[in-house]
Design a protein around this ligand. Sequence first.
Ligand code: ADP
Ligand code: MG
Length: 401
Amino acid sequence: MRKKTVRDLSDEQLRGKRALVRTDFNVPLDENCDITDDTRIRAALPTLNFLLEHGARPVVLSHLGRPKGKATLKYSLQPVAKRLADLVKAKVLFVESTDTDEAMKASAELGENEILLLENTRFLGGEETNDPRLARALAELGDFFVNDAFGAAHRAHASTAGVAGHLHPAVAGLLMERELDFLGNALANPKRPFVSILGGAKISGKIDVIQQLIEKVDALLIGGAMACTFFRAMGLETGRSLVEEDKVEMARGLLDRAGTRIILPHDATVAPSLEDAAKAHAVSRNGIPADEAMFDVGPQTAESYGRAVASAKTVLWNGPMGVFETPPFDKGTLAVAKAMAEATGLGATTIVGGGDSAAAVTQAGLADKMSHVSTGGGASLEFLEGKKLPGVEALDDLAAA
Ligand code: ADP
Ligand code: MG
């Protein structure tokens, strides 16, 4: 069932009304609380600008970090308010609380072309327990609800799911809509060939995704440490590589079931340890030395994965091919990122999900060459696993107009 979005609201429902907007302003901060990457703030701008242009008055809620129900200066949204003010053509007001009289008053007095940002929702004890009293209190802050926080949609919290039970219309923002469209279409009706690339450290966190995707893709290319668990299932020597022993049996089952649709690296870049990156060298997958570990896919694999991506019409990527944080083990990841960027140019739909993969693509300067880079790590994984996201489920259905 499609969900209503801000674009389904009438002028009457928007003009002069307070829009309670849940955004995902969970940005990375350095030790001085300076924002090191404002992608998530920028990603919320289309919705905020849409609301402002239609005369609505955004009252914005977000979480930041894990303050565990206590007000902690380190997790204040104050720096976000400053950055937001630089990015929008509206005045940004910040109130250091969320469910207080002061916040209520500020929301009631909010003027045209003003945005009110309230303090971190996770400073409140009831947020993560989805306390109905908090949800009702939050609902008082707006005349309708907009959820644009895709990155938090897999959590049933008071400000993501709970509040939508008390405030209608409850609609998706433009970022939320975009995320659901890209990920949803890739799964429901991908243009073929549909190639997916999965990597990262652990197979255990991605088993459900593998199981979902294997039914839908034309090819599933495996990289990252997870490849080593499959190698072990094939009876290969994996040396000191990261292998999840308790998942070897499951990996064997997946290989039996998927046949030739699961593709594993032919070669590996190995080294005695990460600190010994200078000793990195390529070996065939049959030749991983007993006293070394695989830290990246090998050069032949990088090339053949690149070719598979180049010939695809839909590409979905989650999880780096190697320890991309430590060169030269970033080569496989960069090869995939570059091949995807080129595929986009040739008309393919290219989607990157997962926090570290998105960071790798941004680091490579290729983020704007992808059709879509998801802002939601955990949320995109849960969506790809076929799970319902509570923050989305709680929104109004389009048909129930
Ligand atoms: P994402 O956030 O994109 O979903 P993950 O969190 O699953 O990705 O995995 C990212 C991590 O996997 C990175 O920190 C990377 O260093 C690690 N990784 C990738 N390949 C290997 C490998 N061969 N050995 C150890 N760690 C690896
Ligand atoms: Mg990660």
